[in-house]
Design a protein around this ligand. Structure first.
Ligand code: IMP
Length: 209
């Protein structure tokens, strides 16, 4: 039995990670026991000062793995808007300020895109997930979902920028999708499914288990 920590303090991301992994881990319950960050309340949050999603995900995975002694999965994710040269990017969570919530971040995003026509509002969510044993990066994976930013907020599901992220194939925002559908197509869903495949190989090989 391998214990693996899902290291995110963001409750929305934690919920999505748990939902996605519960879909893809079917049949592996006997091999993996998932631990949550809420079980380790004494650990201070690391400073996320990486310049890329990958460096932040690695930083968090190594940090929590060293403090808990557990294999640890961490993710870093965000929104890249082409008309804003990739903003908000790694600053997605704190775009409108350190303590800003989703409402303020979305307001700023829509303000910055004022006057930009729909055809030039292409954007993507990006997610990088990393598995660390505290010394090495054992596995990593990435996922993206392409969309377009709309002015009007639509839908109540999801979190963060979802109400403004239009996904053309479904003709709706990611906040209008059901959770299972979002996980099927989302950046986080893809990244975690890819990581999960590698994890199966790591545990199966006995190499590092
Ligand atoms: P992190 O906790 O540093 O990875 O910040 C991620 C931020 O990116 C979140 O707080 C959201 O603002 C945004 N974000 C990432 N994934 C999603 C998503 O699936 N939907 C909406 N916003 C997201």
């Amino acid at each position: 039995m391998r214990e693996i920590l899902l290291a995110t303090g963001n409750q929305d991301k934690a919920r999505e990670m748990e939902e996605i992994l519960s879909i893809v881990e079917a049949g592996m319950e006997a091999i993996i026991r998932w631990r949550r960050l809420s079980e380790y309340p004494g650990i201070a949050e690391p400073v996320e000062d990486g310049r890329t999603f990958r460096s932040n995900a690695e930083l968090k995975a190594h940090y929590y793995a060293r403090r808990t002694g557990l294999w640890t999965i961490a993710d870093d994710s965000g929104l890249e808007v082409d008309a804003l040269a990739g903003e908000p990017g790694v600053r997605s969570a704190r775009y409108a300020g350190e303590k800003a919530g989703a409402r303020a971040n979305n307001l700023l995003l829509i303000q910055k895109l004022a006057g930009v026509p729909p055809a030039r509002r292409s954007a993507r969510f990006r997610c990088v997930v990393v598995l660390s044993d505290g010394l090495r990066c054992l596995a990593s994976a990435e996922g993206t979902i392409e969309g377009r930013i709309i002015d009007e907020a639509r839908g109540c599901n999801g979190f963060g920028y979802d109400p403004h992220f239009w996904y053309e194939p479904d003709g709706m925002t990611t906040a209008e999708m059901t959770s299972p559908r979002k996980h099927e197509v989302s950046h986080r869903g893809q990244a975690l499914k890819r990581l999960r495949e590698q994890l199966g190989g790591l545990l199966g090989s006995g190499e590092v288990a």
